[in-house]
Write a protein that binds this ligand. Structure first.
Ligand code: HEC
Ligand code: HEC
Length: 223
C-alpha cells in the first residue's frame, strides 16, 4: 500500500510537488492536530518541562497504544484521559505518525535536585553521587538485578534504549529523567496501569527507589 502510494507520488511529482507530501502518510494532518498538545509536549514533541514526557521519536505503535489506554482508562491520568477521549481513531493514527517522525532532543548532563543533598532525615543512608548513580543505572539496564529479580531492561528496550517498534516497547533514550522516575514509581505503586498483567508494573515493583533513580538518570543520557 505504502509502496503503491510512493510510486504514485513519484509519478505525480512531475505534475505537482505537494502530492509527495500527501503520500508521505498522515504526518501533516498529525501536525495540525497536535496544536493543543504543544503547550505541554513542546513543539515537535520535545517538551521543555521535565515532568511532561517527550513524544518525539517515540514509536507510533506505542503512542497509539497509550492514547487508547488513556481513552479507556486502563492507564490512569485524568488530564490525559480527558484529552485522549476527544480524539478519533484517525486523529490518534495521524498524531502518532507525526510524533514518530520527529527527532528526540538530547538532554544536558543530569544533576541531582538540591533537596537530594538534605539527608538529615536519613543520616545512616549513604547517598550515591551522580556518577555512581549512572554506573549503577547502566548495570541494571544491561544486567538487571539478580538479588531483587529485576529483569534486564536491554532485553525489551534494546542496546541503546531504542525500544522495539513491532512489539510496541517504547524507546526510552533521551527521555526526561524526572518523567522516567515518576512513571516507574507509578508502575511500582500500581498507579499507572489498571492491568494486572502489565509487564512494567511487575518489573518496577521489584525495584528500589534508588534503582529507579539510577536507571532513569542513565536513560536520560542514552542516545
Ligand atoms: C496540560 C498538559 C498536557 C497536554 C495539553 C497534553 N498532554 Fe499528553 N501528557 C501530559 C502528562 C503530564 C503526561 C504523563 C501522564 C502520566 O504520568 O501518566 C502525558 C502523557 C502523554 C502520552 C504518553 C507518553 C508516554 O511516553 O507514555 C502521550 C502519548 C500523550 N501525552 C499525548 C498527548 C497528545 C496527543 C496531546 C494533545 C492532543 C497531549 N498529550 C496533550 C500532559 C499533557
Ligand atoms: C519483558 C519486556 C520488558 C522489560 C524486560 C522491561 N520493559 Fe519497560 N516496558 C515494556 C513494555 C511492554 C512497556 C509499555 C507498558 C505499557 O504499555 O504500559 C514498557 C514501558 C516502560 C517505560 C515507560 C515509558 C514511557 O514513555 O512512559 C519505562 C520508563 C520502562 N519501560 C523502563 C524499563 C526499565 C528501567 C526496565 C529494566 C529495569 C524495563 N523497562 C524492562 C517492556 C519491558
Amino acid at each position: 500500500m505504502k509502496k503503491k502510494l510512493l510510486g504514485l507520488s513519484l509519478s505525480l511529482a512531475f505534475v505537482s510537488a505537494p502530492c509527495i507530501l500527501h503520500a508521505e502518510g498522515n504526518t501533516n494532518a498529525g501536525k495540525d492536530k497536535t496544536a493543543s498538545c504543544q503547550g505541554c509536549h513542546g513543539e515537535n514533541g520535545n517538551s521543555s518541562a521535565p515532568t511532561f514526557p517527550k513524544l518525539a521519536g517515540q514509536h507510533a505503535s506505542y503512542l497509539e497504544k497509550q492514547l487508547y489506554a488513556f481513552k479507556d482508562g486502563s492507564r490512569n491520568n485524568a488530564m490525559m484521559s480527558a484529552i485522549a477521549s476527544a480524539l478519533t481513531d484517525q486523529d490518534i493514527a495521524d498524531i502518532a505518525e507525526y510524533y514518530a517522525s520527529k527527532k528526540i532532543s538530547v538532554n544536558g548532563a543530569p544533576s541531582l535536585p538540591p533537596d537530594d543533598d538534605d539527608d538529615t532525615q536519613k543520616p545512616t543512608m549513604p547517598k550515591l553521587t551522580m556518577p555512581e548513580l549512572l554506573s549503577a543505572g547502566s548495570n541494571i539496564y544491561r544486567n538487571g538485578d539478580i538479588v531483587h529479580e529485576v529483569s534486564a531492561c536491554i532485553a525489551c528496550h534494546g542496546p541503546n534504549g531504542e525500544g522495539n517498534k513491532p512489539a510496541a516497547f517504547p524507546t526510552l533514550q533521551s527521555q526526561h529523567a524526572d518523567y522516567l522516575i515518576q512513571t516507574l514509581t507509578d508502575f511500582k505503586n500500581g498507579v499507572r496501569s489498571t492491568n494486572p498483567d502489565n509487564m512494567m508494573a511487575m518489573i518496577a515493583k521489584k525495584m528500589t527507589d534508588e534503582q529507579i533513580k539510577a536507571v532513569s538518570y542513565q536513560l536520560s543520557t542514552m542516545k
